[in-house]
Design a protein around this ligand. Structure first.
Ligand code: NI
Length: 268
């Protein structure tokens, strides 16, 4: 095992491209969490909606804090609760200047909290809404690799997108990269048994990876079992640097450039 490269104060800039800071677990100390993130060099945080309510909270947060951006969308878990009114509302928010993506959307066949045919219909509808709004998509894929790959082939997101917390094989990744998608890495990349993710991370081209926390979920080592927060994205960057034989600053700079290319359509 290589020595873990350490963060130092030369870190220029970093995005946490997937956070849920509107989660109730941040209610009591959000200001502290944001301060820690900024002190460490995180320049931007993309707060991701997963329902109508959380999309609303994301937009509010982005309009309150300069360095926070928002996405709007309905997670496959909540697909069964969508109504035409949901689309009307999200469509309106999608036009606001700090809303830079549509998501998180996709398929979740692990928890199956909405029927699979409903998940698929709602996913496709949201790809079309993202296309109409000129936004890239943030895709959630849990145990649904085959259907996801087929769906994005038949209904390509016109402004591209990212497979967040990517969990597929390198074989699948090659197809997605060919289609222009980005792959995002999170806490599980630091887990000892993450062989598949490590293989993908080692091979993913320098211009196609992002980093994220998915906080409060998916804490990296050595914070497993605790609430995750944006500052811990550094652990993901350190692991990527090790796997790609790059310095921490190189990984930070590349992931920032990639995030700005994907999410910068409205100007940042
Ligand atoms: Ni998420």
């Amino acid at each position: 095992m290589n020595e873990l490269p350490l963060f130092n104060d030369s870190i220029h800039t970093l995005w946490d491209t997937h956070a849920h800071l509107d989660d109730k677990r941040f209610k009591s100390d959000l200001a502290e969490v944001l301060r820690r993130a900024q002190e460490m060099g995180i320049r931007r945080i993309l707060n991701v909606g997963h329902s109508e309510e959380s999309s609303c909270r994301s937009v509010e947060m982005a309009e309150k804090y300069d360095f926070i951006y928002a996405s709007v969308g309905v997670h496959p878990h909540d697909a069964k609760d969508c109504t035409p009114r949901t689309w009307e509302t999200l469509n309106r928010w999608a036009r606001r200047p700090k809303v830079v993506a549509w998501g998180e959307i996709g398929l979740d066949y692990y928890r199956d909290l909405s029927p699979r045919d409903v998940q698929k219909t709602i996913f496709i509808e949201q790809i079309e809404l993202a296309n109409a709004a000129g936004l890239p998509v943030i895709i959630h894929d849990r145990d649904a690799h085959g259907d996801l790959v087929r769906t994005v082939k038949d209904h390509p997101p016109e402004k591209g997108g990212v497979f967040h917390s990517y969990s597929g094989s390198w074989e699948m990744a090659k197809g997605l990269l060919h289609q222009g998608f980005y792959l995002s890495f999170s806490g599980p990349l630091t887990y000892r048994n993450a062989r598949q993710a490590a293989e993908v991370a080692a091979h993913v081209p320098a211009d196609r990876f992002l980093v994220e926390t998915d906080c409060p979920y998916l804490p990296p080592e050595p914070f497993r079992g605790q609430r995750n927060e944006p500052v811990h994205v550094r652990k993901v960057v350190e692991r990527l640097a090790q796997l790609k034989n790059l310095t921490v600053d190189q990984v930070a700079d590349l992931s920032t450039a990639n995030a700005e290319r994907l999410f910068g359509g409205k100007g940042l």
